[in-house]
Design a protein around this ligand. Sequence first.
Ligand code: C2E
Ligand code: MG
Ligand code: MG
Ligand code: MG
Length: 288
Amino acid sequence: EAKRLGRRRAQPYLPGLAERLAERQHMIDDLYDAVQHGGFALAFQPVIQLSNGATTGYEALIRWNHRVRGWVAPDVFIPIAEECGLIEEIGRWVIMDACRQLAGWSPHLQVAINISAAQLKSEALLQHLTQAIMVHGIAPERIEVEITETALIDDAARTAAMVRRIRKIGIKVALDDFGTGQSSLAHLRDFQFDRIKIDRSFVVRAGTDRQSMAVLRGTVSIGKELGVLTHAEGVETREQLDLLRDIGCDAAQGYLVGRPIVPYHDPIDSGDLPLPESVLRPIAATLA
Ligand code: C2E
Ligand code: MG
Ligand code: MG
Ligand code: MG
């Protein structure tokens, strides 16, 4: 009897599979709709320089405003957009809107834009970047594109060429989530980056875990050797911030410094309001 049940359980029927596929298809339909009718917004999270607490710029983080689900996080819809081929259009909007908003900020501020693997493989990326720069009259040095290690894995020669071409325009390139992918060190050898963003997982454990601390110190040291900025992600406590500054890390980002915020926008008359610098001043004052 047990054997019979076991065999039955092994049947390739998954309850809810049809429902899950239908839901996924709904999501794809809604994504198409959002691309056509503008269902996205950019949240901005501040980046500070650890030497003096000054804000150097903001990372643009996409949100999808879904009529039923509310705000949807990128980890949920970006992978789907990549699979169904919508990422290029969404990525184009992100680049254009980030540059549009950047044009209204103080000229010393930068914007960081996340680029997915599929975008990096397409020539269109260069067109989208140069077009946004021209339309909004922006110095290319004020833009930094963020690439994750997983985007570098396949076709390394081609992606390395793309990274070189992006940097040739004057746009900066950052390696995102450093330390979580495969062959992280090989990427530092084979690609030229302007910034290394050390993954949050190392920062979280920095105060308590010798291994994480060693990786942090080592990465900061490699960054200095290479002349590449080091940047800690996911800084949530004052202890983490002080520790990172003590080991010579250049920049920090995280909830302690500021959460991602969608700037208030009045559709009728004004443009986007400036970001709340006042929120950042207390931290800057203690670091300076
Ligand atoms: P990421 O580029 O590594 O961005 C950092 C993520 O960590 C963001 O999540 C941010 O809200 C979150 N975060 C920041 N500080 C803290 C902190 O102190 N603690 C914790 N627990 N989390 C923190 P978010 O906005 O949900 O974005 C997730 C990922 O989605 C991003 O990771 C990025 O890979 C991707 N993404 C976001 N926007 C875009 C986009 O416009 N295009 C593409 N292709 N990917 C995007
Ligand atoms: Mg990023
Ligand atoms: Mg990251
Ligand atoms: Mg990430």
